[in-house]
Design a protein around this ligand. Structure first.
Ligand code: UDP
Length: 329
């Protein structure tokens, strides 16, 4: 089965490409390489360098490769950037997704997996949030993704396109075999930043707020290993291939880990006591974002294999070391 993976040269997309190859499938990557890397696409996997908003290119790719299903990762994903440049985010994440969906339907595609986000819920500090919770995104990023969920749902009713929207919580870690990882050096995510602090690429790690109403005052997040997330996409594909209907599913483990706990794990796993500074809150950070993650298990039969923060941190650190060695070579 040939699967078109938009954004397949990026962090999560490249892990799905590996997972597809590992089970003998044939991915084709469409990526404009704005934040992805051509070297992240394994040898032998076709890389179409271009934009999902380019209807002609998408139509040709679908026809050339006989595509019937698309996994759609390609997006801009930095929340503060979306506040500064909302129209750029709506163009990229919403308008271009609209073009992709329309071109896909015209080309005979009838299954799509969509990378959505916990940001569609907005500020949900408190109990773990399930998929029936009201959506009230607080950033243009969250809104740009929610609108795409709506387009997919409406296109499903009108045109029969079946889709699974996966709402990611905090994705972290790297391929356990060391074949891919988070490669954007400018990434701001906590576990990436902590790994960079271990390796001396940053002088210190700032903790953005220790005055939240949580068990230790720092924010709680639900960290999910990127390879478990890739497996969730495979399970979603299998669901649709088996004739299953459209779904919206949280992707997390259902437990919150605090920023200070993550730092403690990174220090223990690495054996490096890097400097940590307590800083003011970062604007827009909710105190806690934790998934109620039962539905994905019952609907897809998915269960995590790497639900272990030590392992997530270890794999992220190994990838950071790999990037450093590759840069030096
Ligand atoms: N965080 C931090 N220092 C950093 C990066 C992140 O204290 O250098 C905190 C951030 O304020 C949030 C948590 O770590 O409470 C997770 O942030 P991240 O950017 O990884 O993901 P987000 O939850 O914002 O999507």
């Amino acid at each position: 089965m040939t699967v078109l993976v938009t954004g397949g040269a990026g962090y999560i997309g490249s892990h799905l490409v590996l997972a597809l190859l590992d089970r003998g499938e044939t991915p084709v990557v469409l990526d404009n390489l704005s934040t992805g890397f051509a070297w992240a696409v394994p040898a032998g996997v076709p890389l179409v360098t271009g934009d999902m908003g380019d209807a002609d290119l998408v139509a040709r790719t679908i026809a050339d490769h006989g595509i019937r299903e698309i996994v759609h990762f390609a997006a801009k994903i930095v929340v503060p950037d979306s506040v500064a440049d909302p129209l750029g985010y709506y163009l990229n994440n919403t308008s271009k997704s609209r073009t992709l969906i329309e071109t896909a339907i015209r080309g005979g595609v009838d299954r799509m997996i969509f990378s959505s986000t916990a940001a569609v819920y907005g500020d949900v500090s408190g109990d773990p949030v399930d998929e029936t919770a009201p959506t009230a995104p607080v950033s243009p990023y969250g809104r740009s993704k929610l609108m795409t969920e709506w387009m997919l749902a409406d296109a499903g009713v009108a045109h029969g396109l079946r889709s699974v929207a996966l709402r990611y919580f905090n994705v972290a870690g790297a391929d356990p075999a060391g074949r891919s990882g988070q490669s954007m050096q400018a990434a701001t995510h906590l576990i990436k930043v902590a790994a960079q602090a271990v390796l001396g690429q940053r002088p210190k790690l700032d903790v953005f707020g220790t005055d939240y109403p949580t068990r230790d005052g720092s924010c709680l997040r639900d960290y999910i290993h990127v390879s478990d997330l890739a497996d969730a996409h495979l399970a979603a594909l299998d669901h649709l291939r088996g004739g299953g209907g459209s779904l919206t599913l949280n992707c997390g483990y259902g437990q919150g880990t605090s920023v200070l706990e993550v730092i403690e794990v990174m220090k223990r796993v690495s054996g490096v006591d890097f400097p940590v500074a307590i800083s003011p809150r970062r604007p827009g950070d909710p105190a806690a974002i934790v998934a109620k993650a039962d539905r994905i298990r019952s609907e897809l039969g998915w269960s995590p294999k790497r639900d272990d923060l030590d392992g997530i941190v270890r794999s992220a650190l190994a990838w950071e070391r790999h990037l450093l060695t590759a840069k030096a070579a």
